[in-house]
Design a protein around this ligand. Structure first.
Ligand code: HEM
Length: 359
């Protein structure tokens, strides 16, 4: 069967696709950064509690306080890119979501479980004793499972050739396990989360250090080490991932392929710089280079999708029937929302730092 016959006709856009692409990249960048902080710090707390045999440590207590916030922000900043990716690639993403529907729907259940466990850990941290490792371990497992399902869907959507397997097993449980890029891609995200999670802890330590808390120096060193060693490991995983991508994706005969090569090189340089800075415990330069490296990776990830879909579809093919007012209204609400979130964060930070409330 010709897989192209399975691709639904795309909807008509109200504004040129570049607007949606820009918003997709911007909001996905925020989602991925927040996801990294959430997942990475949760994994670090798990290791920390495991090493202390479940005894309460200041680090684990600190992370457990912030985890419900981090989950809430990750989820909320996941919705916006989900809307934009559906606008641009709905005909691919709806198809892949339906093909794995019975498993895809589990994301909601896993999210509720992970969120609930994070609250239990926060509110019962002292009373839990030996149960802490179990609770944070189960929360981390739920979050890791969500990330795995995300990687499955966002790789399955770009491989219509694999969709025909549905006709052998009409169950709505089609994962993308036959794709050699799935596991390196997933691991690349997870290990990056550990790195960025570590860096976020180093940043918090740096902030406390600058306010005169000398004990925070250890947190800076430990956070920087998590970042540096996880990123060094991720160089290996990244090359594995790149090596299994189809040749057409990084074909230097196309502009897309050249852009991917340039971004890859830039990402490697930025990644190496951030490792050097973090090994010197220089948190701020490490942070700026790491933020740029993640941005470069997000851009590259998008170009990889463009290359995968090229035989079937190009964003430039999408028809436009101009209607700008909804977009303008959206931008106004979006800007107001960001201001509101900034204000809420400030209030929440003040309350948490002052020990007044928990999430
Ligand atoms: C809270 C747990 C979550 C985790 C651990 C997580 C993790 C991830 C990961 C690892 C990716 C990249 C997948 C890949 O490209 O291989 C991703 C992408 C994405 N996530 Fe999440 N995510 C979470 C929640 C959500 C939620 C609740 C939403 C939506 C409501 C969401 C929306 C998205 C979207 C739309 C993308 C990709 C957009 C694109 O391909 O352009 N995420 N997420």
């Amino acid at each position: 069967m010709n897989p192209a016959a399975l691709i639904p006709t795309p909807d008509i856009l109200q504004v040129p696709w570049g607007w949606f692409q820009l918003l997709l990249l911007l909001t996905l960048y925020m989602h991925i950064l927040l996801m990294n902080v959430m997942l990475g710090t949760a994994m670090i707390a798990l290791v920390n509690l495991f090493r202390s045999d479940g005894d309460a440590t200041p680090l684990a207590r600190d992370i457990s306080r912030k985890l419900p916030f981090a989950i809430a922000f990750t989820v909320n900043f996941g919705i916006a890119p989900l809307l934009f990716v559906q606008v641009l690639y709905g005909n691919f993403l709806y198809a892949s979501s339906v093909l794995m529907a019975n498993i895809w729907i589990l994301v909601i259940a896993l999210l509720i479980i992970g969120y609930y466990l994070a609250y239990i850990l926060d509110y019962r941290f002292d009373a839990l004793h030996g149960g802490r490792v179990l609770i944070i371990g189960a929360a981390v497992a739920a979050l890791l499972a969500i990330a795995f399902l995300m990687s499955n869907n966002f790789t399955l959507m770009q491989r219509p050739g694999a969709w025909t397997r549905y006709f052998d097993h009409r169950t709505g449980m089609l994962l993308n396990l036959s794709d050699p890029t799935l596991f390196p891609r997933y691991l690349h995200f997870v290990v990056a989360a550990i790195a960025v999670g570590g860096l976020s802890l180093a940043l918090l330590g740096d902030w406390r250090l600058r306010r005169g808390d000398q004990d925070a120096a250890a947190a800076v060193r430990s956070g920087c080490n998590w970042f540096a060693y996880a990123t060094i490991a991720n160089f290996g995983i990244g090359f594995w991932f790149f090596g299994v991508l189809p040749r057409e994706v990084h074909d230097l005969a196309s502009l897309n392929g050249i852009l991917i090569a340039v971004l890859l090189l830039t990402g490697i340089i930025l990644g190496a710089l951030s490792v050097i800075y973090s090994l010197q415990n220089r948190v701020r330069p490490a942070l700026s280079t790491a933020l740029l490296a993640v941005l470069v990776m997000i851009l590259m990830r998008d170009l990889v999708r463009v290359a995968y879909l090229r035989p079937f579809f190009s964003l430039a093919d999408l028809q436009v029937e101009p209607q700008y007012s909804p977009m303008l209204l959206f931008l106004a609400v979006f800007a107001a929302g960001l201001v509101l979130i900034g204000w809420m964060l400030k209030l929440a930070w003040r309350a948490v730092a002052g020990g007044e409330v928990r999430s």
